[in-house]
Ligand binder design. Structure first.
Ligand code: APR
Ligand code: PHB
Length: 389
């Protein structure tokens, strides 16, 4: 088989890249390890930057998003004494859209099906070859049969645990990592959201986040030690802990119900450089991970796709390699700023085990400064709604 771009991984990065390339008449094959049902069962964050919404529009996959997405003009940051509103609309003229990543992924699958896209599920042992030659190839096994696709380029969209990044020789890669000493215990519940806007709470009992998916579906998180198991958290225990971390008024009005999903996610900042190795380009979680505190994971994957789809179209259709030559540097420039924001939000809002009393005062002072200074709020808002591509 032969195609122009082999895309490894059928998560949001791989699907969006394929969709944009197919619309420009670039042929693709997506190789995905999991079944489609499995990919669509993953629950991830749900805040889309305006730039992400625009990209989904350009990809022709925003019909349901326009109907069901919730426009959010701001969010709240709180501690035990203060509640600070960050009004994105007033501070930046822009807003974010709450719409689950799972829904984005489902919409992309539907759109790719309509285009007759080539998506192979349940592939095993993907191996990328001849990356330094004029053309490359990817081998994989499906239903016990070994297959091979020849291609001009390979897009590594296979997430943090994928094979693409590891195909780049270790000596040619630089990795940067910060692992945080806690996780987020998250639940989904069929209850109305605690508040119209998201609340990021830094309480003396640790961090909590009140988020949502729609008018009757809420998403909540509490910071927990990494040693905790979800089973140790009954619904009652979760709701009690959440209440103790939210502002009193919100906690009093909180509507609780059975949890639909309950899991613990570790928090990590990670980046691997460069993003290009010969004909291979890394995209999204394959190249970088951010803690969820700034809601940047999916949005960052989309800005990578923005740079890369243009670059590949220029290379394949216009014989112009300037975009692919600049991809790594351009994408990393934006990635590092989102890494910084996510790290800063994480430090500002969480309790670190064994920290001194000074650390808690620094968090309090940061929030107090945000309450007083429009400049500080604007800086946060500008990052939250997303830096320009
Ligand atoms: N071969 C084929 N597919 C693979 C392989 C492999 N060796 N390894 C992983 N995959 C698939 C996974 O099954 C998954 O469906 O690659 C896909 C990667 O998807 P994600 O992990 O969702 O990564 P990405 O598409 O970059 O999405 C960006 O934004 O909010 C964040 O982490 C969140 O997933 C989100 C990300
Ligand atoms: C979510 O709704 O799952 C969510 C929202 C904002 C975040 C992280 C997760 O920062």
């Amino acid at each position: 088989m032969k195609t122009e771009v082999v895309i490894i991984g059928g998560g949001p990065s791989g699907l969006l890249l394929s969709q944009l390339l197919n619309r420009a008449n670039v042929s693709t094959v997506i190789l995905e390890r999991a079944t489609r049902a499995r990919v669509l069962s993953r629950i991830r964050a749900g805040v889309l930057e305006p730039g992400t919404v625009q990209m989904l529009h350009e990809a022709g996959v925003d019909e349901r998003l326009k109907r069901e997405g919730l426009e959010h003009n701001g969010c709240f940051l709180t501690d035990d004494d203060l509640m600070v509103q960050i009004n994105f609309r007033q501070l930046t003229g822009k807003s974010v859209t709450v719409y689950g990543q799972t829904e984005v992924t489902a919409d992309l699958y539907t759109a790719q099906d309509e285009m007759g896209a080539n998506i192979v599920h349940e592939v095993e042992d993907v191996a990328i070859q001849s990356l330094d030659q004029t053309s490359s190839s990817v081998e994989y096994t499906v239903k016990g049969e070994r297959k091979r696709i020849d291609c001009a380029y390979v897009a590594g969209c296979d997430g943090f645990h994928g094979v693409s990044r590891k195909t780049i020789p270790a000596a040619k890669r630089r990795e940067f990592e910060r692992v945080y000493p806690f996780g987020w215990l998250g639940i989904l519940s069929q209850t109305p959201p605690a508040n119209e806007e998201l609340i990021y709470a830094n309480s003396s009992r640790g961090f909590a986040l009140a988020s949502m998916r729609n008018k009757n579906l809420s998403r909540y998180y509490v910071q927990v030690p990494l040693s905790d198991e979800p089973d140790a958290w009954s619904d009652d225990r979760f709701w009690q802990e959440l209440r103790s971390r939210l502002p009193a008024e919100t906690a009093d009005a909180l509507v609780t119900g059975p949890s639909i999903e309950k899991s613990i996610a570790p928090l990590r900042s990670f980046a691997s450089e460069p993003l290009r190795w010969g004909n291979l380009f890394l995209v999204g979680d394959a190249a970088h991970i951010v803690p969820p505190t700034g809601a940047k994971g999916l949005n960052l994957a989309v800005s990578d796709v923005f740079y890369l789809h243009q670059a590949l179209i220029d290379a394949l259709k216009r014989d112009n390699n300037a975009g692919i030559d600049a991809y790594s540097e351009r994408a990393l420039a934006r990635i590092w700023k989102a890494m910084r924001f996510s790290w800063q939000m994480t430090n500002m809002l969480h309790q670190f085990d064994g920290e001194d009393s000074f650390a808690a005062r620094m968090r309090k002072a940061t929030l107090s400064h945000l309450a007083q200074s429009e400049t500080a709020r604007r800086e946060l808002a500008e990052n939250y709604i997303g830096l320009p591509f």
